[in-house]
Design a protein around this ligand. Structure first.
Ligand code: NAI
Ligand code: MG
Length: 501
């Protein structure tokens, strides 16, 4: 890691300092209330392990109160005209824009990610999404059907599903919250949001902004708390009609099981072990290697679409591996508030330990540790920092080759031809994302058609747009978020038959 002598530490805004001074409650029915148990928990800054502030630990009774509030708010919210709902959601987006820097600082403090990325990527993406969804209420329509039985007029209409629950992860807390709040509210549903216990702060700030925007009480409720308590209570609650979850595959399966009792609609964005495939005809090898570098190391590898399996064709394998090792060693790892930082810490001591266990398993599996592998000390010793890590000569069935690590750990594989790499890339139960670098047009389309993934990027990686559906195949999830598809997922379709003759 480069020594970085000229550090500029970003100054905390007074509004953020003030926010951290306060004890945070739950947002239920438009009011901030403590957990009924009186319990709270601390959220930490992963860059130094220090407590940022105290947040209410919502439990079963609080979830119940939030669902009741959302049920009460539902008819009024659904009855607003589409234009009225649009205006409120745009006002919400306006306030996010006004408080952009503050939201980015809160995310950097709570999650650890570089401020630059929080500000330029995460907050911008979240605002872009909120605006995209804000435009949907006036565009939601049904269809008219040409049926073969004479004398009927048949049409469909879209209706809200009801009370929705959103359970979100810590890696992109703000975007994940908006990705669920936006379509749920645009479609006329009400929502209970449970953010990850590691990063509750931006969700709480969003709750404040929603109230300020004039979104009626009970339409958006925020219950902070733990997965096995608040999260489990939400996924079991009979008053919840739909649950949208992003997180681990294991918890996704538990949520789907819990949701079965009242047949909740379930959408799951789960883990991945996404293959990135570099063919030896790439136009610019350095550009491809740079893309592969950021495909795995952005957000310190804590990214559902992380390109954690890199397949490199034999002819360019040595050159790509050497380039990657050099670049990985140059990456500046540090606190997110340091303006020079490129990679922040991992989210928690638990996540660090989990990733370190994978690294040890990788070494034992006989893979070659090319670079990294160690926790960083010195000025970073009190945070959860890990050196960007690359393994080569990895067996296809090693744990580091098959399981989602969610840390800055890349496995590099050598391959000979197209047929072989398709088989190896598709060999896991996951199917979230894939990347292909090639100048061969036919090969690019053949690969796109055959890769098992909800999204395939050709000569690029990790691009999103609110208009483009996103989600996984196989154990990477159920359903799609973003785009028209997510609006369909937050509505019920009703067919109406009218006998006209
Ligand atoms: P997690 O899946 O436990 O947490 C995600 C969310 O689910 C949090 O809000 C949590 O409170 C909630 N939750 C946990 N248990 C629950 C339950 N029984 N019922 C309802 N909600 C529950 O993920 P965790 O433990 O934070 O991270 C562990 C691993 O999961 C990571 O190392 C990574 O591999 C994977 N993960 C993947 C994500 C992705 O986007 N693909 C995001 C977060 C984690
Ligand atoms: Mg935190």
């Amino acid at each position: 890691m480069s020594a970085n002598a000229h550090t500029t530490i970003i100054e905390i805004l007074p509004a953020v300092a003030d926010f951290l001074q306060r004890k945070h409650h739950l947002l239920i029915d438009g009011r901030w209330v403590p957990a009924q148990s009186g319990e709270s928990f601390a959220t930490l800054n992963p860059a130094n392990g220090e407590t940022l502030c105290s947040v209410a630990a919502g439990g079963i009774a609080d979830v119940d109160a939030a669902v009741t509030a959302a049920q009460r708010a539902l008819p009024g919210w659904a009855a607003l005209t589409p234009a009225q709902r649009e205006r409120l959601l745009h006002r919400f987006a306006d306030l996010m824009e006004l408080h952009k820097e503050e939201l980015a600082q809160l995310e950097t403090l709570d999650n650890g990610k570089p401020f630059r990325i929080a500000f330029n990527v995460e907050v911008n993406v979240a605002i872009g999404q909120m605006r995209y969804y804000a435009g949907w209420p006036t565009k939601l329509t049904g269809e008219i059907y040409a049926v073969s039985s004479p004398g009927f007029h048949v049409y469909t209409q879209r209706e809200p599903v009801g009370v929705c629950a959103a359970i979100t992860p810590w890696n992109y807390s703000l975007v994940m919250a908006v990705q669920k709040i936006g379509p749920a509210l645009a479609a006329g549903n009400t929502l209970v949001l449970k953010p990850a216990e590691q990063t509750p702060l931006t969700a709480l700030r969003l709750g404040e902004l929603a109230l300020e925007a004039g979104i009626p009480p009970g339409v958006l409720n925020v219950v902070t708390g733990f997965g096995h308590t608040a999260g489990a209570a939400l996924s079991q609650h009979p008053g919840v009609a739909k649950v949208a979850f992003t997180g681990s595959t294991e918890v996704g399966k538990a949520i789907q099981r819990a949701a079965a009792d009242n047949l909740k609609r379930v959408s799951l964005e789960l883990g991945g072990k996404s293959p990135l495939i570099l063919f030896d005809d790439v136009e610019n090898l350095d550009a491809a290697a740079e893309a592969a570098l950021w495909a795995i190391f952005s957000n310190s590898g804590q990214n559902c679409v992380a390109g954690s399996r890199l397949f490199v064709q034999a002819g360019i394998y040595d050159a790509v591996l050497a380039r990657l090792a050099t670049r990985a060693q140059q990456l500046i790892v540090g606190p997110g508030l340091d303006a020079a930082t490129e990679l922040g810490p991992l989210i928690s001591a638990e996540q660090l330990a989990r990733v370190q266990r994978y690294i040890e398993a990788g070494k034992r599996s006989g893979a070659t540790l090319v670079t990294g592998g160690e926790r960083l000390g010195g000025r970073l010793a009190s945070g959860y920092f890990l050196a960007p890590t690359i393994f080569a000569q990895v067996a296809d069935n090693a744990a580091i080759a098959c399981e989602e690590i969610f840390g800055p750990v890349l496995s590099v594989f050598r391959f000979e031809d197209e047929e072989e790499v398709i088989t190896r890339a598709n060999a896991l139960p996951f199917g979230l994302a894939a990347g292909v670098w090639t100048q061969h047009l036919g090969r690019a389309h053949r690969m796109a058609a055959r890769l098992k993934a909800g999204v395939v990027w050709i000569n690029t990686y990790d691009w999103f747009d609110p208009a483009v559906p996103f989600g996984g195949m196989g154990e990477s999830g159920v359903g799609r978020e973003l785009g028209r598809q997510v609006m369909e997922a937050y509505t019920e379709l009703k067919a109406v038959w009218v006998k006209v003759e």
